[in-house]
Design a protein around this ligand. Structure first.
Ligand code: KG4
Ligand code: ZN
Length: 353
């Protein structure tokens, strides 16, 4: 037996809680195995099929999930060196997300659990993003985790929220976007710049070589804890139309600076609201979660808050975008805190926190 396998088995004892997590809310098929809060495997299959359409095509996403789900789960169990019979429960994403995609993961999870005679646990994807901060790594000492209550800025392709997290399953949205989500703003601007989908990571990469002060875009004027990104999108569109009318090569000649200016604006909007939330609630622990929490500008702006005596929690890159480890850890705390199990739950595309 290799050392790697030994170290995994060493983590387990008879009373270990081993959760298989399944995530299929959008265009990533993912399966993870978590043993007593530590990740043994976290496999993610991305769906390249959407690239040429410039966005996720729901029908293609659910078909790709159907193709990927069995090999991805098989790979996760093999990497974790876990047999089906050792599983304590199966946790799966129940919403929010694309209904067809959710149906593939949830149907598989429920039947798989039923066949094994173990519980299946319906997980809210947005809770999963937040509880990703409680994942530990198998070969590392337990990491420093947020203590309750904390604030979480949850920024993804479909959501932009400030959540007050009172305990594992008591979460209150105290601020959110009135129009587009932050990830959507990144992706829509990227599309205007003729960058492939999803544009957020590319804008981030290009922005790192650009001058953030060359082009300035307006900030919205909305309530204390509300966000708005549709004005930014429109102003970038008009700005580009005007500049391209004078110089048809404007985008290619200024790509890095445009990306840097847009990223600076999005990050400033997010930071202004999180600082308002700290003032209003008096809570001095702040976490970020969701795909946009991978953004380098947001990560470094958040770290600056430490100078104001705020404790800051930034997820590992692999737990920012959609992954099943966050679903498995939420399932783990679900069992640990004795939350009720609802075996017959159907997926809900618009599930709220
Ligand atoms: O959480 P997530 O993987 O899926 C949803 O639940 O929506 O988030 C995906 C979003 C996309 O809009 C993507 O462009 C954005 O997160 N994103 C980023 C970065 N990495 C992912 N946005 C800005 N900078 C990044 N580095
Ligand atoms: Zn997500």
């Amino acid at each position: 037996m290799g050392f790697k396998q030994f170290s995994k088995l060493h983590l387990m004892n008879q009373s270990s809680t081993i959760i298989l997590g399944i995530e299929s809310s959008c265009d990533d098929t993912s399966a993870a195995v978590i043993c007593d809060g530590k990740v043994l495997a976290n496999i993610i299959a991305n769906q390249e099929v959407h690239k040429k359409y410039g966005g996720v095509v729901p029908e293609l996403a659910s078909r790709a999930h159907q193709q990927n789900i069995v090999p991805v789960i098989d790979a996760a169990l093999k990497e974790a060196n876990i047999k089906k019979g050792q599983l304590t429960a199966v946790a799966y994403t129940n919403g929010p997300g694309l209904l067809g995609s959710l149906l593939v993961g949830s149907s598989f999870a429920k039947s798989f659990a039923m066949g094994l005679n173990i519980p299946s646990i319906a997980i809210n994807h947005m809770q999963g993003h937040i509880l990703a901060h409680f994942i530990d790594e198998k070969d590392e000492a337990p990491k420093l985790k947020p203590s309750f209550p904390f604030l979480c800025l949850t920024v993804s392709g479909g959501h932009t929220q400030i959540v007050k997290v009172t305990n594992f399953f008591e979460m209150e949205v105290i601020g959110e976007t009135i129009d587009d989500a932050a990830g959507e703003a990144f992706d829509k601007v990227a599309k205007m710049l003729q960058l492939p989908y999803p544009g957020g990571p590319l804008v981030d990469k290009l922005a790192q070589e650009g001058n953030p002060d060359k082009f300035n875009f307006p900030h919205p004027n909305v309530g204390d804890l509300s966000f708005s990104f549709s004005g930014l999108k429109t102003s970038v569109l008009y700005f580009l139309q005007k500049e391209i009318a004078n110089n048809s090569h404007f985008i290619e000649e200024n790509l890095n600076d445009i990306c840097a200016g847009v990223q600076k604006t999005i990050v400033a909007i997010l930071m202004e609201k999180i600082e308002n939330a700290i003032k209003i609630t008096g809570i001095k622990e702040v976490a970020i979660a969701g795909g946009v929490s991978a953004n380098s500008g947001l990560r470094s702006a958040l770290l600056q808050l430490q100078q104001k005596n705020i404790r800051v929690f930034i997820p590992k890159f692999s737990y920012c975008t959609d992954n099943a480890a966050m679903i498995a850890i939420t399932g783990y705390y679900h069992l640990k805190t004795n939350q009720p199990l609802e075996a017959t739950m159907s997926p809900n595309a618009r599930l709220k926190l």
